[in-house]
Design a protein around this ligand. Sequence first.
Ligand code: CA
Length: 246
Amino acid sequence: MIRPHILLVEDEPNIARGIVFNLEEEGYRVTHAETGEAALLHLTHETFALAILDLMLPGIGGLEVCRAIRRQDLRLPVLILTARGEEKDRIAGLAAGADDYLTKPFSLDEFLLRIKGMLRRSEWYRPEGAGGRFHFGGNEVDLKGKRAVTARGVVQLTDLEVRMLRLFLTRDNEAISRRELLESVWGISPDSETRTLDNFIVRLRKYFEPDPAAPIHFLTERGRGYRFVRDPAKPQSAAGAPVPNE
Ligand code: CA
């Protein structure tokens, strides 16, 4: 699993420390903001899988942060933390676009289950490719996080690998010429007599193919370039492309 990145907005240091510690223990990556202002800054520069918002913050409050999140992202799961008995806060939070709430003080187990459930549901509804994530042949590729989880383990991807994978993954079952691959991934002259591209494909096959010597996803298009096939079981019928093995 790729570690989901969680934004925690909480001004009370003791509570924040406890939450950060426990979320990290569970394998999440956590960014902690002490103020609404800091939270908004993180939200413009980073991508999160979930946000936890304390409503009572100095300066810009949690409700304001929640509304700001909803203006730019309808899908980011938001959990608000409210004070005991403040029903009007919970209602205001849900009205501001929060998905769920917990009342302080809360049980740690319930908190962690809530987070897990929210992340799982958001994965179900997330369209393929959103947030830079793709799945094929049992592999998960996270283009933004520059990581992939494969049958052979976790792979850290280089910038060039990310560029090439983006090109392939967004153009499933389309033959892409050597010229285009060289230009868009390396930005070099397509006339170059280079084995770089072929060496790269060898590496991608080693990462992602069940049998790198008999590729089913990263196929050679003789005399043209390469073609990515996300689902080899599906009949291949891209425009103008020959249907293999018929
Ligand atoms: Ca507070």
